[in-house]
Ligand binder design. Structure first.
Ligand code: WQD
Length: 351
């Protein structure tokens, strides 16, 4: 009998990659997604890759009644992975209430519905943004979380605190928060990948859209940081490596292997790469020159962020293994395949 897992935001970038890994590990997946930043077409792509089309419910998790109804229908689920959230840092600074309302009200409705239906396992999609500007590197899970500078990051920090309080108030509820560093890359099939709506905030999709001719040039936000080449350093992690960690977290929580009811793990590679490292990698793997210009710093950026990875290794038995070149190449393969598909759709030939 397959264990059922509810995946909120499962049509999104990290969610869809995780759904594929769950299906390939013989889980029965139910996706709940409001499609506000994703497309139902992703379900067809998951079917094409795995041979299985996950059950799908188009529900706005801010709607308490609708959330309760869908959880009641799937109360035999063993665990929930909660990806559903808005995640554009810049947008959240301009529109904080939309972020607190969407990210936290949906979380509260999910937690209430899951407790009401005695679904015991909860896995939360968190972010290294909760650490703010770290005093020490690499960042361990013991690092003090600061007040993130964006409403997006703060919604993740507050969410973790809400989960902690819910755990303390219940006696059979287990939770794991996974703090992602910088997810990039795409599935080897080239059928799913990152598809930011509008102008990309993040480095990798901006690079691939520049190379694809959709953006005129990449603006490199500052080269006067205290780093080896002056550009900021981040811990880029392949989205499939990230997805695999979620499957291990599901196993841990279902098999009640946790050391405590609420655990937190960093998901990074432990390696820091600068913006120029990523650009150089892209130019190498694509054998092309990227059009970029060094401009002013972006407000809120920190000089360096990279993870201590030993806790996830020890407790989840997980570590990332894709190299930067492999991550960058997979992002480019996805961009090329997607644009080709779109242009053949526009010209009328099938996908
Ligand atoms: C990486 C580096 C930029 C774009 C954010 C969120 C984090 C997570 C990942 C959701 C920085 C530089 C970027 C560009 C550039 N999001 N850059 N030109 O800011 O580390 O993290 O995205 O979970 O929570 O905080 O990622 O890709 O935006 O930036 O020079 O056009 O690339 O300055 O140094 P970031 P990023």
């Amino acid at each position: 009998m397959q264990n059922k897992i509810i995946v909120t935001g499962g049509c999104g970038y990290i969610g869809s990659h995780t759904v594929i890994e769950l299906i390939e590990n013989n889980y029965n997946v139910v996706i709940i997604d409001d499609l506000s930043n994703s497309s139902e077409e992703t379900l067809e792509r998951i079917l094409k890759i795995t041979g299985t089309k996950p059950t799908f419910a188009n529900v706005d998790l801010k709607d308490e009644m609708a959330t309760k109804a869908v959880f009641k229908k799937h109360k035999d689920a063993k665990a929930i992975i909660n990806f559903a959230a808005h995640k554009a840092v810049g947008e959240s600074v301009k529109n904080p209430l939309m972020y607190y309302n969407n990210n936290l009200c949906s979380l509260i409705n999910v937690l209430s519905a899951q407790i009401e239906n005695n679904i015991e396992g909860f896995i939360f999609s968190s972010s290294a943004t909760v650490y703010g500007t770290p005093e020490t590197l690499p960042i361990t899970e013991k690092n003090e979380t600061q007040r993130p500078s964006s409403a997006y990051g703060n919604s993740k920090k507050i969410a973790e605190e809400i989960i902690d309080d819910v755990i303390k108030a219940s006696n059979n509820f287990q939770a794991i928060s996974l703090r992602y560093f910088n997810p990039i890359g795409a599935h080897e099939s080239g059928l799913i990948g990152e598809l930011p709506s509008g102008i990309p905030n993040n480095l990798m999709p901006y690079i691939t859209q520049t190379a694809a001719g959709i953006r005129e040039k990449l603006m490199v936000f500052g080269n006067d940081y205290p780093t080896k080449d002056g550009t900021p350093i981040r811990d880029y992690i392949h989205v499939v490596d990230l997805a695999k960690a979620h499957v291990l977290a599901v196993k841990r929580i279902i098999n009640k292997e946790q050391d405590m009811p609420y655990e937190i793990f960093n998901l990074g590679t432990g390696n820091g790469f600068s913006v120029l490292d990523v650009i150089n990698s892209f130019e190498k793997v694509t054998n092309s020159k990227l059009n970029y210009e060094i401009v002013e710093r972006r407000p809120g950026d920190v000089p360096q962020l990279y993870a201590a990875t030993n806790l996830a290794k020890e407790k989840l038995g997980w570590s990332a293994n894709k190299t930067l070149d492999e991550m960058v190449k997979s992002s480019w393969d996805w961009e090329q395949k997607y644009r080709k598909e779109q242009s053949s759709k526009e010209s009328g030939s099938a996908f």
